[in-house]
Design a protein around this ligand. Structure first.
Ligand SMILES: *Cc1c(COP(=O)(O)O)cnc(C)c1O
Length: 481
């Protein structure tokens, strides 16, 4: 090979990659990861400040690659949340297990397009093994179709696309050919406390807003109310249930709800973005009794399982409707002669091999390690709930059955002041929300590093911040006691 440029295009670097670049990235990543356990949890800079630090103007001429990476690491870092901190309890966001992070780096370096089996047998094999293991761990029917999506929302979309196809097919309507205009109306039903992304996934599919069914005080769908709603009409029906309410962690009564819904001819989907993992713990599995009776399930690997963002998982019992809804026949795509290609089970065509880190973490933990992870998260939530309940004026509002703890002080003003004070303090990140018409502070235990010691440190930090707030009389938090 000659060193001389041969064409008219500018010459690229002499090497396909510069190993020093990976070393540089590794150094910055190592510094970030090493600081995680003790750095402030919330970001300290806003978007505008980070833009200033990055430099807003398009450069006329480039700068060396190492300078770009140094600039990125230095400018962005103050604007990052320590989502990998063992005291990050905001929203429902997981950390990254080291083995999954390492696998994710390989996925980036390999840069495979996991669209077709023939392009990347190496990553498709790992994803297909992970898929089989996931069904086993979660107690779902072997042989269900499994797609690796960007998150639970897009996994819900994939599952609901299969559901829509099937309930309309049973009403003699071919939605893939005929579209939605003029189709039989689909009755789309969900619990009043479903996650908002169920509405979003359904909206993409033209299902409109769900008809809502009453829930009990923990946010579980009421089976009697579901039965009443189903009796009110006929025709194609889709019902969404939930494993893991984001405020209470509660689980819908799957066995009874699936029976009632199936008697009415419904397709039942379960959103278990974080809660589905209870099924992988012998101690907590009872929460998901009847789960396998549903027709489709969605979950995240980037939450409870702690693989790096992003990875959601769509699972559908019957492959046929999933393929009808999502597969693409095109002359340039050479279909596999065995099994489905990865793109036939998700909304994406081209995508990264995002299932590989899931394979790595399952291989690393094994069945008992996954159960241990789930039990540790739920056990830490229990410790946090008990510790917080003992602080003056703190009320734990939910039955702590899984990983969620919802607390409130004497009134909304005080609760919101606590949330703001925690953010400013930075040792613990827990976000405010509203549940049953009350301001709450929500602790979502979703990080693999949150153990008993971190739970105790969390309670101590909240106690300290609350004490300071009450002593200072800040923002009404001391009042109303
Ligand atoms: C997080 C979450 C979702 C959405 O998941 P994404 O990965 O953010 O798309 C859906 N349902 C529940 C219960 C969740 O906690």
């Amino acid at each position: 090979m000659s060193d001389e440029p041969t064409g008219e295009a500018p010459a690229a670097g002499a090497q396909p990659y510069d190993p020093a670049m990976l070393d540089l990235a590794r150094r910055h990543a190592g510094e970030w990861l090493a600081a995680l356990p003790d750095r402030p949890v919330p970001p300290r800079a806003g978007v505008g400040e980070v833009m200033d630090a990055l430099g807003r103007d398009l450069p006329e001429h480039g700068e060396p690659a190492d300078a770009v990476i140094d600039r990125l690491a230095e400018a962005a870092e103050p604007g990052l949340s320590a989502t990998g901190s063992p005291r990050f309890y905001g929203w429902v966001i997981g950390g990254a297990q080291p083995v999954a992070l390492a696998a994710d780096w390989l996925v980036s370096a390999w840069d495979q397009n996991a669209v077709l089996r023939i392009i990347s047998p190496g990553t498709v094999a790992a994803e297909e093994i992970a898929a089989t293991w996931l069904l086993d761990l979660l107690g779902l029917p072997a042989g269900s179709d499994v797609g690796f999506a960007t998150g639970a929302t897009s996994a819900q979309f994939a599952c609901l696309a299969a559901a829509r196809s099937e309930v309309l097919r049973r009403a003699d309507w071919d939605v893939e050919a005929q579209g939605m205009a003029g189709s039989p109306r689909i009755r789309w039903i969900a619990g009043a406390e479903r996650h908002g992304t169920m509405d979003l996934a359904a909206r993409y599919l033209g299902l409109g807003a769900p008809t809502l069914v009453a829930c009990d005080d923990q946010g579980r769908i009421r089976a009697d109310a579901l039965a009443d709603e189903l009796e009110r009409g006929e025709g194609p029906v889709i019902v969404a249930l939930q494993a893991g309410n984001i405020h209470s962690g509660a689980f819908d009564p799957f066995a009874e709800a699936c029976r009632i819904a199936h008697e009415a001819g419904a397709w039942v989907h379960v959103d278990g973005a974080f809660g589905l993992w209870a099924a992988a713990s012998p101690r907590l599995r009872h929460l998901t009794a009847g789960l396998a009776d549903a027709d489709s399930w969605s979950t995240d690997a980037h939450k409870t399982l702690s693989v790096p963002y992003d990875c959601g998982i769509a699972m559908v019992r019957d492959a046929a409707p999933m393929r009808r809804a999502l597969s693409l026949q095109a002359s340039y795509l050479q279909a596999a002669d065995v099994g489905a290609d990865p793109h036939e089970k998700v909304a994406e065509l081209s995508r990264r091999a995002r299932g590989v880190p899931t394979w790595a973490v399952l291989r690393h933990l094994g069945r008992d390690g996954v159960a241990g992870l789930i039990d540790r998260l739920a056990g830490s939530a229990r410790l946090i709930a008990d510790g917080l309940a003992a602080l003056p004026g703190v009320e734990v509002l939910n039955e702590v059955v899984f990983t969620q703890v919802c607390i409130a002080l004497e009134d909304d003003v005080a609760t919101e002041a606590l949330s703001r004070a925690l953010w400013t303090d930075g040792e613990v990140l827990a976000m405010t929300s509203r549940w049953h018409d009350r301001a709450v502070v929500r602790f979502s235990v979703s990080n693999w590093g949150t153990d008993a010691a971190q739970a105790r440190r969390t309670v101590a930090a909240v106690g300290r911040v609350l004490g300071e707030l009450r002593a200072g009389g800040g923002a009404g938090a001391a009042g109303g006691g």
